[in-house]
Design a protein around this ligand. Structure first.
Ligand SMILES: [Zn+2]
Length: 86
């Protein structure tokens, strides 16, 4: 799956119209902070301090979980420190 950069600062005109009808992207009761995603926000990111839908949160944390010392971005999907012994 492609990871879309989240650095799109200026939304298209069409999207701006939608934004005026909705809560800001990435807010608690708005929609997922991921640029391409339109799903309602469900989980809070400790990394970006924004809200994401469950499937994006899973993707983001799943990728992080592959790191030797994953950062706890979404506690729900966090698997802990891979370097520590069981
Ligand atoms: Zn999403």
């Amino acid at each position: 799956m492609d990871i879309t950069p989240e650095d799109s600062i200026f939304p298209s005109a069409q999207e701006s119209q939608l934004y005026s009808l909705r809560k800001p992207k990435g807010s608690e009761d708005g929609e997922c902070n991921r640029t391409v995603c339109k799903q309602p926000a469900a989980l809070y990111s400790n990394s970006t301090l924004k809200w994401y839908c469950e499937s994006c949160a899973f993707d983001i944390q799943e990728f992080e979980n592959t790191m030797p010392e994953p950062f706890k971005i979404f506690e729900k999907f966090y698997v802990g420190n891979n370097m520590s012994d069981k």
